[in-house]
Design a protein around this ligand. Structure first.
Ligand code: ADP
Length: 419
């Protein structure tokens, strides 16, 4: 059993930099958790605290029911794969993978079997005699994963393992990690700044910003029910369009008004707003590009085309509407040919009430979950949840550089037993 429990875990560096704030998470045995967020939000620090590479300032971490706050990395029964592969350059692939097992004095026969099994899983059997310098980036990363696999850890930690690879290799390795996960049946915590990686790999995703957890949920939950504007903007590509709009409450029904269009929210959404006693107010209205539909009807938002990009199976139409840039994704049928829309061409678009996300104009919180947030943090009805106000103007970095392996860990294995 390797469930994990992080309770109010906090990290302050040098008594000044608060990297992680009261991180609370229960991770089930064999769950695949992804920590995602822009550079500097505290993902690596959280992972490194689980690994034991970073001291915990406050809170508790349990692995398999055992409190590990002061347990050294090598005794936590975990394995970690870093962004930089940290392979021993003078050793062959075989020896790199076998190294930790040799230190633990496993019998030669057992080591050989484990190394070959791992090589098989990772499809690197042919490379076992090579040295790291004769390998591509993707192959080196597989060796690093192989070294972690043979340890058969209770928890597998991965810190941006794919960010040194080019786009094509990343896609390939991403699907290999999905397969790996099925073969190595253990608990994973995976750190990335890439929302696509998070969405495709995670059973649940933890979205972080500036040391605060913004939302924890399945990929579907965070996509369809973002807890605030930050999550709404971070998850999904192209990014969600955010408008200044008006929410109207009328005899228990809810409408949004945007640029002359008036759309009734779906019964589910209305029910949640009713439960939170949300009143008519100016809101930030979030509409995903793929949920906007071009239309001829009068009840519509008027826009002018800026540019349209042919993406193959879809067209991304950039328009100006309500004083802002808006992206509309139009799917194309098998045979469909679209004439590209000329710049300045007037168009109209509309959306369904089930696709509208309404956020508090000031705090950025999703108004549908106001009641829930208020219940979780009593006495803070208006500004609940430890989240600062977020605005849609804020840049959401999608591909920031992640910090590499610290120098002191280059070429060494912090999880190996001492020689
Ligand atoms: P992420 O992995 O999300 O990019 P990190 O966990 O690496 O973020 O960093 C979180 C915050 O802590 C950042 O502000 C970063 O500058 C700071 N930080 C990270 N490591 C150290 C350190 N060793 N000393 C001081 N500050 C640090």
């Amino acid at each position: 059993m390797a469930n994990l429990s992080l309770r109010k875990v906090k990290k302050v560096y040098d008594n000044t930099v608060v990297a992680v704030q009261a991180f609370d998470l229960e991770i089930a045995d064999k769950e695949f958790i992804v920590l995602v967020g822009p550079s500097g939000c505290g993902k690596s620090t959280t992972l490194r605290m689980v690994a034991g590479l970073e001291e915990i300032t406050d809170g508790e971490i349990y692995i398999g029911g055992r409190k590990v706050n002061t347990v050294p990395p090598k005794d936590r029964d975990i394995a970690m794969v870093f962004q930089s592969y940290a392979l021993y350059p003078h050793m062959t692939v075989y020896d790199n993978i076998a190294y930790g097992l040799r230190l633990r004095k496993f019998p030669k026969r057992v080591i050989d079997q484990k190394v070959r099994e791992a090589a098989e899983i990772l499809d690197i059997t042919e490379l076992l005699k090579r040295k790291p310098k004769a390998l591509s980036g993707g192959q080196r990363q597989r060796v690093a994963i192989g070294r972690a696999i043979v340890r058969e850890p209770q928890v597998f930690l991965m810190d941006e393992p794919l960010s040194n690879l080019d786009a094509k290799l990343r896609n390939q390795m991403r699907s290999e990690i999905i397969k790996l996960r099925q073969k190595v049946n253990t608990t994973f915590i995976y750190v990335t700044h890439d929302q696509t990686e998070a969405m495709t790999l995670g059973d649940r995703i933890v979205i972080m910003k500036e040391g605060f957890v913004q939302q924890v949920g399945t990929p579907q939950e965070v996509f369809h029910h973002p807890s605030n504007l930050f999550v709404a903007g971070f998850i999904g590509t192209p990014q969600m369009n955010i408008f200044d709009a008006q929410l109207i409450s009328e005899e228990g029904r809810y409408f949004v008004e945007l640029g002359g269009a008036r759309v009734e929210l779906s019964p589910e959404k209305s029910a949640r707003l009713r439960a939170g006693e949300v009143e008519s107010q100016p809101v930030k209205l979030g509409l995903r590009p793929e949920h906007l539909m071009l239309t001829d009807q009068d009840n519509a938002v008027f826009a002018a085309v800026d540019v349209s990009e042919m993406m193959g199976s879809t067209v991304h139409i950039h328009v100006s509407a309500c004083g802002r840039d808006v992206v509309i994704v139009v799917p194309l049928g098998e045979e469909e040919e679209t004439e590209s829309l000329p710049m300045g061409q007037p168009v109209r678009f509309i959306f369904r009430g089930s696709a509208a996300h309404v956020f508090d104009a000031e705090t950025g919180h999703n108004l549908e979950y106001r009641r829930q947030v208020a219940e979780e943090t009593p006495g803070t009805e208006e500004t609940a949840a430890p989240v600062e106000p977020v605005s849609e103007e804020e840049e959401v970095p999608q591909a920031a550089e992640a910090p590499g392996l610290p120098e002191e860990l280059q070429g060494v294995d912090p999880f190996a037993d001492d020689e």
